[in-house]
Ligand binder design. Sequence first.
Ligand SMILES: C[S@@+](CC[C@H](N)C(=O)[O-])C[C@H]1O[C@@H](n2cnc3c(N)ncnc32)[C@H](O)[C@@H]1O
Length: 215
Amino acid sequence: MPCNCCEITDSAFSEKEAKSQLRDYRRKGPAKQTRFILDAIRSLHLKNVALLDIGGGIGAIHHELLEDVAQSATHVDASSAYLREAKLEAARLGHTERVIFIHADFTDVEKELPKADVVTLDRVVCCYPDFRRLLEAASRHSQRAIALTYPREAWYLRMAWPVMNFFQQLRKDPFRVFLHPISEMDSLLKKEGFERVSVHDLFVWEMALYQRVAD
Ligand SMILES: C[S@@+](CC[C@H](N)C(=O)[O-])C[C@H]1O[C@@H](n2cnc3c(N)ncnc32)[C@H](O)[C@@H]1O
């Protein structure tokens, strides 16, 4: 039985959108904010890691990291359209045996999933109302690092966000975008045992890399 988040997300991330993203990825490679995540993880010089990509979309992060950093990947996504395209690309790259695909809200299935070394959330927290629930679950699963991107708290985004949600409401689409407070996400991850080791800003997105502090 799909969760409510999956139903909402399935309508927000259509097959057309997913196919178009995969075409872009094949033509141009990963998006800028995704490249920040890839560079940040590669800067840790890890090898053979188990990757957990939450809301991985068409799977750009595992397609890339399975080439040099990751041994295996789990891709949990609330969008079935994205997962279909991610699987197609994984098959084309010869990665099928190394990726587990799960269609679910991560917070609903996290207890059934093993821990990973590295957890990624690229443009995911802004699609999910309860950032605490999502990041606490992500933290529980990361043994070494978490890399995530989220919208910056810039004035132009503070103005744009309610407008986007207003149009969603007019369209009677239940999907909403969220500008979660960065300092609260940061405090949560620190409380969960991580330290922030790098941050990079684009116009809309910020990328932060967190590493688990040794006990
Ligand atoms: C804006 S898309 C980003 C996709 C991809 N990471 C990228 O940057 O291109 C947000 C993705 O997060 C997924 N998502 C949001 N909340 C989720 C949750 N709680 N569990 C699993 N997937 C989630 C959506 O299904 C969607 O694929």
